[in-house]
Write a protein that binds this ligand. Structure first.
Ligand code: ZN
Length: 204
Protein backbone atom coordinates (compact mmCIF):
# COMPACT_ATOMS: atom_id res chain seq x y z
CA UNK A 1 0.00 0.00 0.00
CA UNK A 2 1.42 3.33 -1.02
CA UNK A 3 0.29 6.89 -0.85
CA UNK A 4 0.01 9.67 -3.34
CA UNK A 5 0.46 13.33 -2.52
CA UNK A 6 -2.38 15.74 -3.18
CA UNK A 7 -2.61 19.42 -2.34
CA UNK A 8 -5.05 22.10 -3.47
CA UNK A 9 -4.58 25.85 -3.19
CA UNK A 10 -7.32 28.25 -2.16
CA UNK A 11 -7.78 31.96 -1.62
CA UNK A 12 -9.98 33.52 1.04
CA UNK A 13 -10.62 33.71 4.74
CA UNK A 14 -10.17 30.65 6.94
CA UNK A 15 -13.93 30.02 7.02
CA UNK A 16 -14.29 30.39 3.25
CA UNK A 17 -11.35 28.07 2.66
CA UNK A 18 -12.68 25.49 5.11
CA UNK A 19 -16.02 25.47 3.30
CA UNK A 20 -14.35 25.04 -0.12
CA UNK A 21 -12.07 22.27 1.15
CA UNK A 22 -14.96 20.39 2.77
CA UNK A 23 -17.01 20.61 -0.38
CA UNK A 24 -14.06 19.39 -2.52
CA UNK A 25 -13.64 16.44 -0.12
CA UNK A 26 -17.36 15.72 -0.37
CA UNK A 27 -17.20 15.77 -4.17
CA UNK A 28 -14.27 13.34 -4.14
CA UNK A 29 -16.03 11.07 -1.66
CA UNK A 30 -19.00 11.07 -3.97
CA UNK A 31 -16.79 10.06 -6.92
CA UNK A 32 -14.33 7.70 -5.19
CA UNK A 33 -16.06 6.50 -2.04
CA UNK A 34 -15.32 7.48 1.55
CA UNK A 35 -11.90 7.54 3.16
CA UNK A 36 -10.30 4.24 4.17
CA UNK A 37 -10.82 2.85 0.67
CA UNK A 38 -7.23 3.48 -0.51
CA UNK A 39 -8.39 5.76 -3.29
CA UNK A 40 -5.24 7.91 -3.31
CA UNK A 41 -7.52 10.94 -3.38
CA UNK A 42 -8.21 13.74 -0.88
CA UNK A 43 -11.24 11.77 0.32
CA UNK A 44 -8.68 9.84 2.45
CA UNK A 45 -7.87 13.09 4.28
CA UNK A 46 -11.47 13.84 5.23
CA UNK A 47 -13.14 17.13 6.05
CA UNK A 48 -11.49 19.79 8.18
CA UNK A 49 -7.77 20.46 8.39
CA UNK A 50 -4.93 20.93 10.80
CA UNK A 51 -3.87 24.58 10.41
CA UNK A 52 -0.12 24.74 11.06
CA UNK A 53 -0.22 28.57 11.09
CA UNK A 54 2.90 28.57 8.87
CA UNK A 55 3.41 30.87 5.88
CA UNK A 56 5.94 30.21 3.11
CA UNK A 57 7.47 32.39 0.41
CA UNK A 58 6.29 30.20 -2.45
CA UNK A 59 3.93 27.39 -3.29
CA UNK A 60 6.92 25.06 -3.81
CA UNK A 61 8.14 25.64 -0.26
CA UNK A 62 4.62 25.20 1.11
CA UNK A 63 4.23 21.93 -0.76
CA UNK A 64 7.63 20.65 0.44
CA UNK A 65 6.67 21.38 4.04
CA UNK A 66 3.47 19.35 3.85
CA UNK A 67 5.25 16.53 1.99
CA UNK A 68 7.85 16.33 4.74
CA UNK A 69 5.61 16.73 7.78
CA UNK A 70 2.32 15.09 6.90
CA UNK A 71 1.81 11.46 7.91
CA UNK A 72 -0.37 9.12 5.91
CA UNK A 73 -3.72 8.55 7.74
CA UNK A 74 -3.56 11.99 9.36
CA UNK A 75 -6.20 14.57 8.48
CA UNK A 76 -5.33 17.26 5.93
CA UNK A 77 -2.60 19.78 6.74
CA UNK A 78 -2.97 23.49 5.94
CA UNK A 79 -0.20 26.06 5.36
CA UNK A 80 -0.19 29.47 3.72
CA UNK A 81 2.07 30.89 1.04
CA UNK A 82 2.46 34.23 -0.70
CA UNK A 83 1.61 34.63 -4.34
CA UNK A 84 2.90 37.60 -6.32
CA UNK A 85 0.36 39.94 -7.83
CA UNK A 86 -3.22 40.53 -6.81
CA UNK A 87 -5.08 43.53 -5.49
CA UNK A 88 -3.28 46.61 -4.23
CA UNK A 89 -3.53 46.81 -0.46
CA UNK A 90 -5.97 49.73 -0.38
CA UNK A 91 -8.18 48.03 -2.97
CA UNK A 92 -8.17 44.77 -1.06
CA UNK A 93 -9.27 46.47 2.15
CA UNK A 94 -11.91 48.57 0.39
CA UNK A 95 -13.27 45.42 -1.24
CA UNK A 96 -13.30 43.63 2.10
CA UNK A 97 -15.24 46.56 3.62
CA UNK A 98 -17.82 46.45 0.83
CA UNK A 99 -18.18 42.70 1.30
CA UNK A 100 -18.70 43.05 5.02
CA UNK A 101 -21.32 45.81 4.49
CA UNK A 102 -23.16 43.40 2.23
CA UNK A 103 -22.92 40.56 4.75
CA UNK A 104 -24.21 42.90 7.45
CA UNK A 105 -27.13 44.12 5.31
CA UNK A 106 -28.12 40.52 4.53
CA UNK A 107 -27.88 39.60 8.23
CA UNK A 108 -30.05 42.59 9.23
CA UNK A 109 -32.66 41.74 6.64
CA UNK A 110 -32.82 38.08 7.71
CA UNK A 111 -33.14 38.89 11.40
CA UNK A 112 -35.79 41.57 10.76
CA UNK A 113 -37.73 39.08 8.68
CA UNK A 114 -37.54 36.44 11.42
CA UNK A 115 -38.70 39.01 13.96
CA UNK A 116 -41.71 40.38 12.08
CA UNK A 117 -42.91 36.88 11.16
CA UNK A 118 -42.48 35.61 14.69
CA UNK A 119 -44.37 38.68 16.04
CA UNK A 120 -47.14 37.90 13.59
CA UNK A 121 -47.34 34.26 14.65
CA UNK A 122 -47.14 34.96 18.36
CA UNK A 123 -49.71 37.75 18.62
CA UNK A 124 -52.31 37.21 21.34
CA UNK A 125 -55.38 36.59 19.21
CA UNK A 126 -55.48 33.07 17.83
CA UNK A 127 -56.82 34.04 14.40
CA UNK A 128 -55.76 36.60 11.85
CA UNK A 129 -57.81 37.84 8.90
CA UNK A 130 -56.23 37.72 5.44
CA UNK A 131 -56.20 41.21 3.84
CA UNK A 132 -56.55 39.88 0.31
CA UNK A 133 -60.07 40.92 -0.69
CA UNK A 134 -60.46 37.77 -2.77
CA UNK A 135 -59.51 35.54 0.19
CA UNK A 136 -60.59 37.15 3.49
CA UNK A 137 -59.92 33.86 5.31
CA UNK A 138 -59.53 33.69 9.07
CA UNK A 139 -56.31 31.86 9.67
CA UNK A 140 -54.97 30.14 12.77
CA UNK A 141 -51.65 31.93 13.37
CA UNK A 142 -49.87 28.57 13.67
CA UNK A 143 -50.39 28.07 9.94
CA UNK A 144 -48.79 31.32 8.81
CA UNK A 145 -45.91 30.37 6.48
CA UNK A 146 -42.24 31.07 7.36
CA UNK A 147 -42.44 33.99 4.90
CA UNK A 148 -45.40 35.47 6.79
CA UNK A 149 -47.84 34.56 4.06
CA UNK A 150 -51.43 33.34 4.00
CA UNK A 151 -51.29 29.55 3.45
CA UNK A 152 -54.38 29.75 1.24
CA UNK A 153 -53.78 32.65 -1.17
CA UNK A 154 -50.03 33.17 -0.48
CA UNK A 155 -50.44 36.92 -0.01
CA UNK A 156 -48.40 38.51 2.77
CA UNK A 157 -50.11 38.76 6.16
CA UNK A 158 -47.58 41.29 7.40
CA UNK A 159 -48.83 44.77 8.27
CA UNK A 160 -47.99 47.53 5.75
CA UNK A 161 -45.54 48.95 8.33
CA UNK A 162 -43.70 45.63 8.65
CA UNK A 163 -43.66 45.24 4.86
CA UNK A 164 -42.18 48.73 4.50
CA UNK A 165 -39.48 47.98 7.04
CA UNK A 166 -38.60 44.81 5.14
CA UNK A 167 -38.51 46.72 1.85
CA UNK A 168 -36.09 49.26 3.38
CA UNK A 169 -33.85 46.43 4.63
CA UNK A 170 -34.02 44.79 1.21
CA UNK A 171 -33.03 48.03 -0.54
CA UNK A 172 -29.95 48.21 1.64
CA UNK A 173 -28.97 44.72 0.48
CA UNK A 174 -29.51 45.65 -3.17
CA UNK A 175 -27.45 48.82 -2.73
CA UNK A 176 -24.59 46.95 -1.01
CA UNK A 177 -24.61 44.34 -3.80
CA UNK A 178 -24.44 47.09 -6.41
CA UNK A 179 -21.60 48.90 -4.60
CA UNK A 180 -19.58 45.69 -4.50
CA UNK A 181 -20.30 44.82 -8.12
CA UNK A 182 -19.40 48.31 -9.38
CA UNK A 183 -16.18 48.59 -7.44
CA UNK A 184 -13.15 48.33 -9.71
CA UNK A 185 -10.17 47.36 -7.57
CA UNK A 186 -6.62 48.16 -8.65
CA UNK A 187 -4.24 45.32 -9.39
CA UNK A 188 -0.65 45.67 -8.29
CA UNK A 189 2.36 43.67 -9.49
CA UNK A 190 4.16 44.19 -6.21
CA UNK A 191 1.18 43.07 -4.14
CA UNK A 192 1.32 39.73 -2.43
CA UNK A 193 -1.73 37.59 -1.95
CA UNK A 194 -1.90 35.06 0.85
CA UNK A 195 -2.97 31.66 -0.46
CA UNK A 196 -3.75 28.47 1.38
CA UNK A 197 -2.37 25.08 0.47
CA UNK A 198 -4.20 22.09 1.91
CA UNK A 199 -3.39 18.46 1.45
CA UNK A 200 -1.25 15.52 2.45
CA UNK A 201 -0.43 11.91 1.70
CA UNK A 202 -3.48 9.96 0.59
CA UNK A 203 -3.30 6.21 0.99
CA UNK A 204 -3.85 4.07 -2.08
ZN1 ZN B 1 -55.41 34.70 2.03
Amino acid sequence: MGASFNAISYQGTRDQVLKKWNSDVEDTQYECGHGGNYTGSISELGKGFNDTGKTFKSREEAEEYIEEHHQKWDGAMAVRYLKKGGLAKSSASKQARLQSSLDKAIGNKESLKRKVVSDLRNAKSKLIGCRNSGCQSKINRNFITVDGKCPLCHQSLLSPTAQNRLAVADNKVVKAQRDLRNYKPTESKSAKTTMWLIGGWCSE
